[in-house]
Design a protein around this ligand. Structure first.
Ligand code: B12
Ligand code: SF4
Length: 587
């Protein structure tokens, strides 16, 4: 085929390095998949790839061998900047393609990055229109490079050119829907990410959006629902929709309308969803949380950041510890499965005293809603244009590694006037251990309702949503694990949920290995003479999941016909075993 007839082809890449302590978090990158859909709609060939660096290099190579690729585009954020720099250089040297770098971190990149990465262009801000104009220019020589807004490049004289910035586009509703058909890699998707609005009206001092977003732009609910429907259709294994909006709950009437639309869609195809909420708004609208839970919200994240009111104020978080606590109680009442809360370690004027207050605050949150809250920590990231990166001293912070080259999320890049980097790093570890100790105590004391334990097993098994409660407590207890897995996978039930007239037709089934040497958890009985005795031992053997309760009881009555009350005793013991998760009833 004549070159003139070959459709220009761009591969857009979001690549992460896999470093110590990190697993690849597969959440499709909407930035590049939206761009791929946009360019395809305009007649270009465009594909998006999200994955680890080595896979990205292999995919590019294999595509390049099949079809001439003229452009490689990279998504660049704070974290993958150095890998974009290297990949860009490598691709340029090996394939000679044009290289374009976009994504949030580009506003911080200039001449040094362009020269070392050998990239040809950088695009700042929303990329749709700029990338289209640039592709037209690169592929067909159309347009004027100096007039492409938001573009950064090095001109023929070797000088860095910063074109006029592009206005934030409002017309996001007219963008075509992203589609898996424009993605490379053939990976099965278990979740779908969707954005229902771009931008955030808040101005939090540590957050990229807080420093850079100019305005909130809402997409039509109809369009978002169409996108989810398409995503679910294209990915039959996906059961979890992740709204990546900065704050999903900003507009009360819209959120309400959204919930109604999501409930309707869930009747066509079952799924659960996640979103980010703002504590100030949620604390004033408890009914909103109820509506969201009813519409399938299984997990929500609320930016908690600190347990100290004055720190939240310095962060301009526009919320208080009291409001956060109120939201926790609201979520509990509404029956939310998982509430994620993130806390900044080594943030504004952090000292051992502020850390202590935040740790005590978290314990209080766990007490208010045992089994519901997933706590995580983060360090300060000097993201471009944020209040903290511009004036760290105003926050009692000193940035020691602005390029983030000495951290992989285990170590901060800053110190505070009260804490060194090592102290902050250790403080995060201690903070999480203390939260875990409180979780463990609540669990062992029976404060976590069984329904919550069951729900966390269900969220993990059916939707891939494993909470810290599930990972570090429930699933580590072999008996509990077996019990709830049988509940979820084999429709096992607790006898309280069975009508008395039919209970004898159910099959009681033990949830542990009968071998004496199996060596259970310290708290769990092993099947030897000393620990499992009398009727309990007999029941453990009889409850094999193959014999109906009626027959089990008949056997007990027969064996103990000389002992008055043996059957009642056996029923009581069976109930106790059930409470210890040692027996479950199967239909
Ligand atoms: C979903 C999400 C994630 C997901 C998926 C990653 C992703 N980027 O999609 C996960 C959970 C993996 C993630 C992780 C991280 N994230 Co994140 N994440 C987001 C979030 C909430 C949504 C992203 C999104 O879909 N946006 C919507 C799309 C349409 O916009 P966009 O991505 O910006 O893309 C547009 C432009 O940037 C541009 N563009 C993008 N790529 C390209 C490429 C080319 C060639 C061109 C021309 C243009 C272009 O055009 C796109 C369309 O208009 C954003 C916040 C936000 N509102 O964007 C934070 C955000 C991107 N994350 C951020 C950060 C800091 C991180 C972490 C470093 C946090 C951490 N410590 O773990 C990690 C880094 C990765 C890692 N270590 O795994 C920061 C980035 C700031 C920065 N300067 O880099 C943001 C902005 C959050 C914030 N407010 O601070 N994140
Ligand atoms: S932390 Fe959340 S609420 Fe604050 S500016 Fe960032 S996205 Fe908006």
């Amino acid at each position: 085929m004549d070159d003139a007839h070959i459709t220009p082809y761009i591969i857009l890449i979001y690549a992460q390095r896999i470093v110590y302590g990190r697993k690849f978090e597969h959440l499709g990158n909407l930035g590049i998949s939206s761009l791929a859909a946009y360019l395809e709609d305009k007649g270009f060939r465009a594909r998006a790839f999200t994955g680890i660096t080595t896979d990205a290099a292999d995919i590019f190579e294999s595509e390049f061998q099949k079809t001439p690729v003229s452009v490689a585009g990279f998504y660049c954020d704070y974290d993958n900047q150095s890998c974009v720099e290297e990949m860009s250089r490598y691709f340029k040297n090996k394939y000679g393609v044009k290289i374009i770098v976009g994504g949030p971190q580009t506003i911080n990149l200039g001449e040094d990055f362009m020269k070392s990465s050998r990239c040809d262009f950088m695009v700042r801000g929303d990329g749709e229109a700029a990338l289209l104009e640039l592709m037209e220019y690169i592929s067909f020589g159309r347009g004027d490079i100096e007039k492409i807004k938001g573009l950064v490049y090095i001109d023929e004289s070797g000088a860095l050119k910063l074109n006029e910035p592009r206005e934030v586009p409002d017309a996001i509703n007219s963008y075509p829907l992203p589609s898996s058909s424009f993605e490379l890699g053939n990976r099965k998707k278990y979740n779908i990410s969707v954005i229902s609005a771009r931008g955030c009206p808040f101005r939090c001092a540590f957050c990229y959006e807080g420093g850079n977003t100019k305005k909130l732009r809402l997409r039509s609910i109809e369009k978002v629902i169409d996108e989810i429907r398409r995503g679910l259709h294209e990915n039959p294994d996906a059961k979890y929709v992740w709204f990546v909006d900065d704050t999903f709950t900003l507009n009360y009437p819209r959120t309400r309308e959204f919930c109604a639309a999501l409930s309707r869609l869930r009747k066509e195809r079952h799924f659960v969803w996640f979103c980010e909420g703002h504590a100030a708004l949620l604390s004033k609208n408890p009914d909103l949380v109820e509506m969201m839970v009813d519409a399938g919200m299984a997990r929500m994240q609320v930016g908690m950041e600190s347990g100290c009111g004055e720190s939240l104020e310095s962060y301009r978080k526009q919320t208080t510890p009291e409001e956060i606590e109120k939201v926790v109680r609201i979520c509990r009442r509404a029956g939310l499965g998982q509430l994620a809360g993130n806390f900044i370690m080594g943030g504004v004027s952090e000292t051992p005293e502020t850390l202590e207050r935040t740790a005590a605050f978290v314990e209080g949150l766990h007490d208010a809603a045992p089994g519901m809250i997933d706590i995580s920590t983060t360090f300060i990231m000097p993201l471009p244009n944020t209040a903290i990166s511009k004036c760290p001293r105003d926050f009692g912070i000193t940035i020691l590694d602005p390029g983030s080259l000495t951290t992989t999320e285990d170590f901060p890049v800053n110190e505070t006037d009260g804490l060194t980097r090592f102290e902050i790093s250790m403080a995060a570890r201690k903070f999480l251990s203390r939260s875990a100790a409180r979780m463990s105590k609540l669990y062992k004391n029976g404060a976590v309702p069984r329904e919550y334990v069951r729900r966390h097993f269900e969220l993990s098994h059916k939707y891939g949503l494993s909470s810290t409660w599930y990972r570090f407590l429930y699933s580590r207890d072999p008996v509990v694990k077996q019990y709830y897995e049988m509940m979820i996978l084999s429709r096992g039930v607790h006898s309280d949920g069975i009508a008395p007239e039919i209970i004898e037709s159910y099959y009681p089934c033990r949830t542990f290995d009968i071998a004496p040497s199996c060596g259970y958890f310290k708290t769990r009985p092993v099947m030897d003479e000393s620990k499992f005795i009398g009727l309990e031992r007999e029941l453990a053997v009889l409850c094999d999941g193959k014999t109906r309760l009626g027959a089990v009881m008949a056997a007990i009555r027969q064996r103990h016909r000389e002992t008055p009350g043996a059957a009642e005793n056996a029923r009581r013991i069976l109930k106790e075993m059930e409470e210890k998760h040692l027996v479950i009833f199967l239909p």
